[in-house]
Design a protein around this ligand. Structure first.
Ligand code: UDP
Length: 380
């Protein structure tokens, strides 16, 4: 019998995302593989999503990422409007075998409250939850609702109430590892890249300072709050500073950005992003938070670029120190490690990605978890 899964991607970005978008990239990677395994996928997202699926549900015409800049109640309003659409669809049909939910806690609470006749829910945790136990609070839904982590360390740090509902973890993967054209080796340049949201947890301030001190060229790629291009941020004026990531950028990162040794290029996408990472000497992750899944880490390996990082969150699970990257517990040591990373072998990084982080492997693992959730299994 064909399994029909409602994949809830949320209202923030289209799938695949136009540039930045960790969760949306995961869904865009997972869905084609699930369909190859015979799973029917109903995607709950926004109308502008172009990912091929069997059916779509959408409330908003396009991604509402810009709304994340607005006050919290308006952000919740967008979430709730999207979820109402999902819940309406679930009430109106009985062919959905399972909901695979990727939206934050609000989504899970709503789906959990749907009652025993609703389909079972697997919610993928995408965040570091140790600091936000209140987000999930009292998880209702009994055997009908389960969660999975994106790394063992993320699950280990999750609140006990959440772990009790866990069916295990699934490492993220990237299609780059199996797309020979896209991950063909390219010549290395002399730059180092930090790919990710500009945010204190991602540590671009530290990376930029160390680049100036140790003397390596650094490219910072990623959005600052909802601003994808430097000119958009500049045009937004002082009002933009209401966003904490914008304040972080201006106060902590920008003083080290000289446009020469350290540059911020905004969000990069598609080939430009892949080339920037593939031609880098190293990908730097000066993390100050416990990175839960690290899509950009896996992408870097796939593109043959060694990873230099603080040994936080899932990094020790993804990176073998001395072979695919260099990890340290001392953030001040990162500058020296960047200089040493040139000695690591790009081919080893690509091999590791192709062995451990393929979309087929991720999809197979999710099909196993879907079976467990449907069977009401509690233990990983
Ligand atoms: N990304 C991108 N362009 C950018 C910055 C990031 O395409 O300028 C992508 C990156 O390739 C990755 C995702 O956005 O797929 C970020 O996911 P990750 O898990 O690394 O970080 P988080 O979800 O915590 O933001």
């Amino acid at each position: 019998m064909t399994l029909t899964v409602l994949m809830n991607a949320g209202p923030w970005l289209s799938v695949p995302p136009p540039g930045y978008g960790g969760i949306e990239n995961v869904i865009a990677t997972l869905v084609p593989e699930l369909r190859r395994l015979g799973v029917r996928v109903v995607l709950a997202s926004v109308e502008s999503s172009t990912l091929p699926v069997d059916e779509r549900i959408a409330v908003f015409p396009d991604g509402q990422f810009h709304a994340l800049q607005r006050p919290y109640n308006q952000v919740c309003g967008v979430s709730q409007a999207h979820l109402s659409g999902v819940v309406r669809a679930l009430h109106a049909r009985d062919d959905i075998d399972l909901v695979h939910d990727h939206v934050e806690a609000v989504g899970l609470a709503t789906l959990a409250a749907m009652g025993p006749d609703a389909p079972p829910v697997l919610h993928t945790l995408h965040w570091d939850l140790a600091k936000h136990p209140e987000l999930y609070g009292n998880l209702d839904g009994g055997d009908r609702v389960r969660v999975n982590g994106v790394s063992a360390s993320q699950l280990a740090r999750a609140p006990e109430a959440l772990r009790a509902h866990s069916v295990g973890h699934v490492h993220l993967s990237t299609p780059l590892a199996v797309d020979a054209d896209r991950h063909a080796p390219v010549a290395k340049g002399d730059h180092v890249v930090i790919l990710g949201r500009i945010n204190p947890g991602k540590g671009q301030d530290l990376g930029a300072r160390l680049a100036q001190e140790a003397g390596f060229r650094l490219v910072l790629a990623g959005p600052v709050g909802p601003y994808h291009r430097p000119e958009d941020l500049a045009a937004a004026g002082d009002e933009a500073r209401q966003n904490p990531d914008v304040r972080f950028f201006y106060d902590e990162v920008a003083p080290h950005v000289d446009g020469d040794r350290v540059r911020w290029v905004g969000t990069v996408a598609g080939w430009e992003r892949d080339d920037l990472v593939a031609s880098a000497r190293a990908s730097l992750f000066p993390l100050r938070w416990e990175e839960p899944g690290g899509t950009a880490v896996v992408e870097s390996l796939s593109l043959g670029t060694p990873v230099v990082s603080t040994a936080r969150g899932c990094l020790p699970e993804l990176i073998e120190h001395g072979r695919t990257g260099l990890l340290t517990g001392d953030e001040e040591e990162l500058g020296d490690l960047v200089l040493a990373a040139g000695g690591l072998e790009p081919a080893e990084c690509r091999r590791e990605a192709a062995r451990r982080f393929t979309p087929a492997r991720m999809a197979q693992r999710y099909v196993e978890l879907y079976d467990r959730v449907r069977a009401g299994v509690t233990k990983p």
